[in-house]
Ligand binder design. Structure first.
Ligand code: KIV
Length: 284
C-alpha cells in the first residue's frame, strides 16, 4: 500500500473552485507515462493524436478502438497518481449508444478513469448523457475538433467572433448539463476561452486557447521536440529530443560499424580456467 492520493474528476472540480491550475499531457507508452506521473502532472491523456505521433498517419481519423486499447493499457500501467483519460476515436461513439458504452467501457477496463469525446451535437450529447448515467466519466472537447477535420476543412481557429464564442459557451454548458466533468478547448482565442471558462462551472483545459483556461494540455512529443512533422504555434518546445535521439543513434551506428561496440564492460567473459580449456581445444 502507498499513500499516493489519486487525482479524480472531483479533484479537477476542487482545483477549479480553488483557482489551482490543472496540468495535463498526452502519453502513449509506459515509461513516458511513469515520468509524467512522477513529475506531478495532474492528468494524462491517451490522445488519439497517437495516430500522428506514434502511428505516422496524417490525421486522427485512422485511429481505431483497438489502437486506443493497446496504448491505454501501456499508459495505465505506468501511472499511480495522475487521472488517466482516454480519447474515444473516430467512429467509436457515432453508431449507437450500445456501441459507445461498450467501447468506453473497454477503455475503462483497460485502465482509463475517464473518456474524451469530441463535439456537442444533439447526438453526441445523448451519448455523453448515456455514458455519464452508466458511471463513466466524460471529458468534452470543443473548438477545433481534429476528428472533424474533413468537415471543418483545415486547422482553423474556432470562436473568433462574439456570436461564435456564445455558441461555444452554449455547447460547453450542454456538455456540463449532460454530465461532462471537464471540457478541452482547442484553438480558441484567449479572450473567448476566458469568457467560456468564467461562465462554466466545470473546468476548461486549454490547448492553443490562452492562459485563462482552468488547465492546460499539450502533446508530449511536441513539448519534447520529438515529433518530426509541423508543430503548432501554441506549443512551447521544452527539449530537443530529436537531436538527442539522432546523436545517440548515430554514435551507436558508428561504433558498431567501427568494431568498437560492445566494449569490455558490455561483454560477458569466461573464467580463466574455462577460457584456457577453450583455447587449448582450438589449438588442437
Ligand atoms: O488527441 C489529443 O492529443 C488531444 C489533445 C491534445 C487535446 O485531443
Amino acid at each position: 500500500m502507498n499513500n499516493i492520493k489519486p487525482v479524480t474528476a472531483r479533484t479537477f472540480q476542487k482545483m477549479k473552485d480553488n483557482n489551482e491550475k490543472i496540468t495535463m499531457l498526452t502519453a502513449y507508452d509506459f515509461s513516458t507515462a511513469k515520468y509524467i506521473d512522477e513529475c506531478g502532472v495532474d492528468s494524462i491523456l491517451i490522445g488519439d493524436s497517437l495516430g500522428m505521433t506514434i502511428l505516422g498517419y496524417d490525421t486522427t481519423i485512422n485511429v481505431t478502438i483497438e489502437d486506443m486499447l493497446t496504448f491505454t493499457k501501456a499508459v495505465s500501467n505506468g501511472v499511480q497518481r495522475a487521472l488517466v483519460i482516454a480519447d474515444m476515436p473516430f467512429l467509436s461513439y457515432h453508431i449507437s449508444k450500445e456501441q459507445t458504452t461498450l467501447n468506453a467501457g473497454k477503455l475503462i477496463q483497460a485502465g482509463a478513469k475517464a473518456v474524451k469525446l469530441e463535439g456537442a451535437s444533439d447526438f453526441i450529447l445523448d451519448e455523453i448523457l448515456h455514458l455519464t448515467q452508466s458511471g463513466i466519466n466524460v471529458v468534452g472537447h470543443l473548438g477545433f475538433t481534429p476528428q472533424y477535420i474533413n468537415t471543418i476543412g483545415g486547422y482553423f481557429i474556432q470562436g473568433k467572433s462574439y456570436e461564435n464564442t456564445l455558441k461555444l459557451l452554449q455547447a460547453a454548458k450542454k456538455l456540463e448539463e449532460n454530465g461532462a466533468f471537464a471540457v478541452v478547448l482547442e484553438m480558441v482565442p484567449e479572450e473567448s476561452a476566458k469568457f467560456i471558462s468564467e461562465n462554466l462551472s466545470i473546468p476548461t483545459i486549454g490547448i492553443g486557447a490562452g492562459k485563462y483556461c482552468d488547465g492546460q494540455v499539450l502533446v508530449i512529443d511536441d513539448i519534447l521536440g520529438k515529433y518530426p512533422g509541423n508543430v503548432p504555434r501554441f506549443v512551447k518546445q521544452y527539449a530537443n529530443m530529436q537531436e538527442i535521439m539522432k546523436n545517440a543513434i548515430s554514435q551507436y551506428n558508428q561504433e558498431v560499424k567501427n568494431g568498437e561496440f560492445p566494449f569490455k564492460e558490455h561483454s560477458f567473459n569466461l573464467s580463466d580456467e574455462e577460457r584456457e580449456k577453450l583455447e587449448y581445444n582450438l589449438i588442437k
